[in-house]
Design a protein around this ligand. Structure first.
Ligand SMILES: [Cu+2]
Length: 153
């Protein structure tokens, strides 16, 4: 009996660990606007492990082209640019993808992305196994309200 318990603990431990060392919350994708072929996504990633992790890419079944972008000031104008380097998240640090900063860009999704729908994305790391995250599609308005709410606190 004792041996069986030990074995069970050993089997459960790796997955429990994987869920807690990289934590992704608030994954949202903006609803597609009519006539636009891309949309943006945001999330918060917390590295609870004792090692730095390097985010390499984000993939998903909805689109073959999902890019990580950042906004940069160029000649007084906000421009966005694809991030091709790994994004390093140090131990016990948090990375936030939000409007005006890092964001996901999904191009030509294979189906229309509608408000309220759930979806899954996979975050790929250099030295960590991929993390699958479930998110929700929100309207641009909902997302802006959420942002303002956060700013007031
Ligand atoms: Cu972009």
């Amino acid at each position: 009996m004792k041996r069986a318990l030990v074995l069970l603990t050993a089997l459960l431990a790796p997955s429990a660990w994987a869920h807690s060392d990289i934590q992704v919350t608030d994954l949202v994708l903006r609803e597609m606007l009519p006539g636009v072929k891309s949309t943006a996504g945001y999330f918060t990633l917390t590295n609870n492990s004792d090692k730095a992790v390097a985010l390499q890419s984000v993939t998903g079944k909805m689109s073959t082209r999902i890019e990580i972008h950042e906004h940069l000031m160029e000649d007084g104008m906000m421009e966005m640019q694809q991030v091709t380097d790994d994004i390093i998240i140090k131990s016990n640090e948090q990375l936030t993808f939000s409007p005006g900063g890092y964001h996901l860009m999904m191009f030509k999704p294979n189906k229309k992305i509608k408000k309220g729908e759930a979806f899954k994305l996979v975050l790929n790391f250099k030295t960590h196994k991929p993390v699958t995250v479930e998110g929700k599609v929100v309207s641009v308005l909902e997302q802006q309200q959420k942002k303002q709410h956060k700013h007031h606190h």
